[in-house]
Design a protein around this ligand. Structure first.
Ligand code: CP
Length: 316
């Protein structure tokens, strides 16, 4: 194994745990592979036999609509057997540890685990623990990383904007609690986006954010000037301990994306949001449902990107 636990000695993917540390060439290969799967998803028979006979376990210890479902669709389109463990009805409720659960599912001949967990590092822990033939995909761990979301966002940007090297991308909102923002920043900087901005109140920015190669703005209008891509983040109320904001209404007044504020960006700027959205808090419905929004295409591209990741992990 190479020094990066996600990579095999030959540089191929063994696990997908974080975008941090992955080379640009590998990210580009994932995006290029996903292009092929967009074509599969447009066929009449939306199925290929690449993962036939493989068992993929979805382990979602936190709620999910988009990620869990698109992983399931992606695995089924690759012809894998998909098992969605119902965590609340599982023996976790009787006190079974995470690693004991993983060991028992491994004994059922699991080939891949897709893991979402509230604890940062949970997917890494499982990846270190499992047998060498089992692959682990991080589907979101605490505030740390959500690599397939970052990749599907890059795929969406490339589809709408072409190359990365001449873009200005702004990430707006609750960066502090956002695993998505961290994965997006790593992906954007690795893929060569020259200007990545974060726009947020001071209370919603992590210490040392400027060391990640981003420009920091606190004023939405100033930060949006001339940008090509606007990524809105959800206010992660479930991860906030204590009040960091005066009120949702006041947040919307200063940081909610309305058509008037979006007008500061380039006229052809696209608007993205990883979902789920808080309408009327971080984004106005007129923008979420407007012509510049690519929020639903993001979801659709998530299937192709997850097909690409799973097929590459399986050695295809
Ligand atoms: N973007 C995202 O992770 O959405 P879900 O929580 O619905 O999976």
């Amino acid at each position: 194994m190479s020094e990066n636990p996600q990579l095999n000695a030959d540089g191929s993917l063994r696990h997908l745990l974080t975008i941090d540390g992955l080379p640009s060439s590998l990210l580009t290969r994932i995006l290029d592979t996903a292009e092929g799967f967009v074509a599969v998803n447009d066929q009449e028979v939306r199925k290929v036999p690449l993962l036939r006979g493989k068992a993929i376990f979805n382990l979602f210890f936190e709620p999910s609509t988009r990620t869990r479902t698109t992983f399931e669709i992606a695995a089924k389109r690759l012809s894998a057997d998909v098992i969605n463990l119902n965590i609340s009805a599982s023996s976790q409720s009787k006190g079974e540890t995470l690693l004991d659960t993983v060991d028992n599912l491994s004994a059922m001949q699991a080939d891949m685990f897709v893991v979402r967990h509230a604890q940062s590092g949970a997917a890494h822990m499982i990846a270190r623990h499992v047998a060498p033939h089992i692959h682990v995909i991080n589907a979101g761990d605490g505030r740390h990383a959500h690599p397939t979301q970052g990749l599907l966002d890059m795929f969406t940007i490339r589809r709408y904007k072409g190359e990365f090297h001449n873009l200005c991308v702004a990430i707006v909102g609750d960066v502090l609690h956002s695993r998505v923002a961290r994965s997006q920043i790593h992906a954007l900087t690795t893929l060569g986006v020259p200007e990545v901005r974060v726009i947020a109140p001071r209370t919603l920015l992590p210490v040392g954010i400027s060391q990640m190669g981003v420009q920091v703005f606190h004023d939405l209008a100033q930060g949006l000037k001339g940008v090509d891509v606007v990524i809105i983040l959800r206010l992660q109320n479930e991860r906030m301990r204590g009040a960091r904001l005066p009120s949702p209404q006041e947040y919307f007044r200063y940081y909610g994306l309305t058509p008037q504020k979006l007008a500061h960006a380039k006229p052809d700027a696209i608007v993205m949001h990883p979902g789920p959205m808080n309408r009327g808090i971080e984004i106005d419905s007129a923008v979420a449902d407007g012509q510049q929004s690519v929020i639903l295409p993001q979801v659709t591209y998530g299937i192709a990107v997850r097909m690409a990741v799973m097929s590459m992990l399986a050695g295809n």
